[in-house]
Design a protein around this ligand. Sequence first.
Ligand code: GDP
Ligand code: MG
Length: 352
Amino acid sequence: MINFVCVFSGEQLSLLLRHPDQPENSKVLKVALIGAPNAGKSTLTNQLLGRKVFAVSKKVHTTRSRALGVLTEEDTQIILLDTPGLTTVSKVKRHQLEKTLLVDPWNTVKEADLMVVLVDVGDRWMCSRLDFEVLKCLALHPHIPAILVLNKVDQVKAKDRLLDITAELTCGMVNGQRMRIKPVIKPPWAEKRPDRDPGPPPAEDSEGPEDSGWPHFKDIFMLSAVDSEDVETLKTYFMAGAKPGPWRYHSEVLTDQGPEEVCTNIIREKLLEYLPQEVPYSITQSIELWQDGEDGELVISVKLNAKKDTHMGMVIGPAGQMVARIAREAGDDLSRVFLREVKLKLSVKLRK
Ligand SMILES: Nc1nc2c(ncn2[C@@H]2O[C@H](COP(=O)(O)OP(=O)(O)O)[C@@H](O)[C@H]2O)c(=O)[nH]1
Ligand SMILES: [Mg+2]
C-alpha cells in the first residue's frame, strides 16, 4: 500500500480517528527515537517510512513538536515516536526557539516498547560520549529495552574507530555481556594514538562518574540513515520485535502531523538550509491559501514574515532567486508527501 498525508486537515484528522483495520493477529511496537539534535532521527524516520514526512536539517531544530510516523506492514504496526530533540536550555536561548520545545520530552518515551538511541558518529566530539540528556532519559526508564544505533557511518573513514566508539558508548557491555573486541593490529606508520587495546576488561566497579556510556543496551547497529538498505535491517529488527497487541492507527496512516504542519516544517527546512545564521529562526509563516487548483493540483500560498529589511532582502535574494528556489524545492517535497501536484507560492513581507 502507498501511504501519503491527506491534503486537507479535516480528511487527515478523520483518517487519524478512523478505527484501526487490524488483522486477527495484530502486532505492535512503539519505538522512541532519542538522540542529540542532528543525530539523524528525522532522516531515519523518513527512511523507515519510505517517504519524507519529517523535515531534515544540518542546523539544530527543525522539529518543533513531537510527531509520530506509522509503518504498517502485513499484521505488524511500528509506531515511531520522533522526540522533539533533547535540547539544553542554553541552546534554546541561543536559537530563540519557542517555549514549546521545553515540553518534557520524556512523556513520549514513557509509553515506548523500545528506545533507540541514535548517535552521529560523523561528529567526533558528540560520539565519544552519550549526550547527558540521553543518558538521563535512559536512566529514567530502565525497564524499557534500549538499543544503540551508530548513524552516519558513511562519514567515518577508519571503520575500526566504530568499535572504539561502541566500546565507549556502552562501557564495554552489551546485552549483559562484556564486549569482546580483538585489538586491531596497526602498521607502524599508522597514526599514533593513546593505547586503546581493550586488554583485560575493567572491573565492574571501575565505572566512575566519568563514564558517559550506557552498559545496558540490548543490541548495537551501525548504519547510514540515508542508505535504504542499511535501514531495512533495522526495520526487520523492529518487525521481529513487535509483540501481539492492537494497532493504534488505521493502516493508511503515515504520520499524525497535519498537512499544514508538514508544509510549514518543509518550508522551514529550506529556510534553514539556505539562509545564514539567525535569519531562518526569526521568520514566521502564515498560510494564506490552501485549495484545489483548476487542473487538479493543490494550490498553497504562504506569507513569510521577516522582522528586518536585511532579512527580507536575504529571503528574496538577487532577482527573487532565493524565494523562487525555496518555493520550488518545498513544492516538490510536498507533492511527494501528498502524492499530488503542488503549486506553492511564497510572498515575503516585512513585519516588525
Ligand atoms: N552523511 C550522512 N548524513 C546524515 C545521515 N543521517 C542524517 N544525516 C544528515 O544529518 C543532518 C541532521 O539530520 P536530521 O534527521 O534532521 O537530525 P535530527 O535532528 O536528529 O532529526 C541532516 O543534514 C541529514 O541530512 C547519514 O546517515 N549520513
Ligand atoms: Mg528532527
